[in-house]
Ligand binder design. Sequence first.
Ligand code: FMN
Length: 127
Amino acid sequence: MQEYILQSDDFLVSQTDEKGIILFANDDFCKVAGYPLEEMVGKPHNIVRHPDMPRAAFKDLWNTVQNGKIWTGYVKNKRNGGGYYWVYATVYPMYDKERKAKTYMSCRRKPSRTEIETVEKLYRTMK
Ligand SMILES: Cc1cc2nc3c(=O)[nH]c(=O)nc-3n(C[C@H](O)[C@H](O)[C@H](O)COP(=O)(O)O)c2cc1C
């Protein structure tokens, strides 16, 4: 499967509800994921999940953001129609002004080749 390498100025954003259902995706995320916005909205975020990603990474992501903290990490995602891409993601919880109605945001940028190689090795040892 072919790797799609992000451009240095790509900035992929998505927002989910508390269950991980996609509420919004910006143009860069739609372009790289290979879905039009209307197809992403309403779907669970695991539509872009790549089977090489260890479960433990997402467990850590969810534990972190559900505790009100910011998660950063490397994610390999699959593209609609084939192929994959790596991102360095920052995921954080957002609240309305009453600190209710929580949603989650993820902002992703291009990781370096060295970072990808290191993480690929590490993820192979994880479940
Ligand atoms: C804001 C946000 C962004 C996410 N982005 C991704 C993503 O880009 N790729 C991905 O595989 N999972 C992402 N997830 C995690 C998914 O919700 C899900 O936990 C993961 O894909 C594993 O799917 P599974 O639990 O069905 O195995 C994100 C979660 C949140 C809250």
